[in-house]
Design a protein around this ligand. Structure first.
Ligand SMILES: [Zn+2]
Length: 113
């Protein structure tokens, strides 16, 4: 038996939750930490882009605290329009300020703009 046997230097990595060896652990990955929408204020606005295209932009979304792709899906459904995520902001095609505001407020976000 080596000198280090049984000490923490000898201990293979264990899961914090089930305390099994990490190689045997079947715990689901931890849920990402989300901030409640009620504690967030988003800025929305309509922007003109080249070729006369108009986009409704949602800003101040923290990607670590929000499920941005899921939110994009909801906004696209609410507006019946296409959309994308660009530079961490949600962009919905067309001028949909009122619908975007209503949808975000329905979820619980505070909305500026
Ligand atoms: Zn585990």
């Amino acid at each position: 038996m080596g000198l280090l046997a049984g000490t923490k230097f000898d201990r293979p990595p264990h899961c914090d939750r089930c305390e099994k060896l990490e190689s045997e652990c079947t715990c689901p990955p931890p849920e990402p930490k989300r901030k409640p929408p009620e504690k967030q204020t988003l800025r929305i606005g309509v922007e003109k882009r080249k070729h006369g295209r108009v986009m409704t932009i949602v800003r101040d979304l923290d990607a670590a605290e929000n499920d941005v792709p899921e939110l994009l899906k909801k906004l696209k459904n609410a507006c019946g329009a296409g959309g994308t995520i660009a530079d961490g902001n949600i962009e919905v095609q067309g001028a949909h300020l009122d619908r975007v505001r209503a949808e975000l407020q329905k979820i619980g976000y505070k909305v500026k703009g």
